[in-house]
Design a protein around this ligand. Sequence first.
Ligand code: CP
Length: 315
Amino acid sequence: MKAMSQTINAFPTHLLATQFLSATDIYSILDLASTWIGADGQLLPAPPLLQQKTVANLFFENSTRTRCAFELAAQRLGAYVLNLDVSTSSTQKGETLLDTARYLQAMGVDQLVLRDSQSGSPSVLAAQLDEGMAIINAGDGTNEHPSQALLDIFTIRCYKPNLERLSIAIVGDILHSRVARSLCYALSTLGVIDIRLVAPSSLLPESVPSNSVSLHTDLQRGIAGADVVIALRLQRERMQNFAALDTISYFQQYGLTEERLRHAKPDAIIMHPGPMNRGVEIDSIVADGPQSVIFHQPKFGVAVRMAIMALLQAE
Ligand code: CP
């Protein structure tokens, strides 16, 4: 057994949280990912950096984008890919997550991509396993979703290269959002000083992770002059009492509409990590409109996951 390894100079052994990444780590990922995006914005072929390596996807929560992106990224780097079906795996027979991971490691898995409803489980697993298998957090409870935040920052940088000067508003269910947490940590580390979290008070955290982050209950003020507006869905599966939340009045107060977005900068970009609930947190006219980069995020997500896996595998 070994302690969780997050080194200072070398790239970390695992990707567990943006909270533990340095600016150098983050730029290493973004810069490597950018080598696999062409001038036309499309994915380029990559060298087989993961040839003879095996990546396993183990998702205990539903996923479309993250799971597909990790699978495509591993394939593009030449890895063998195992997609475990949790509903038919032996976790259903009482096997612990640690034992499942140990068996996978014994079969030669080099990288384990884990999504779990339990906050902190990727870190606990990384601390308990023997060396040799990298753990990649693909979203743990309400804690972090580091690869999503990194692809979001990659996307922002494509359209707005001077990150430090940007005003970035994240609008929606902040309280339950692991994406918002990961974004706050990573953007703060990169020197962004105006990160606004916008939501009804019941969906805002009590404290902020850095001095760069401010809380807003007024949408108009929260997005005023913003360069980037990121919409988040209401995460009903993590709420104690979702039935009490009226989604129609939520949309009336916090939904991103064309009219409301006039308060942001005229060239603001609109993002969403997905899955989107149209007519709840975002109007279709905005999601499909000229300022939306929502459907560009997924391909950047493949390149960013490729970079993460390549850097974790680098000797
Ligand atoms: N953004 C995101 O994590 O989407 P999935 O739940 O589909 O992976």
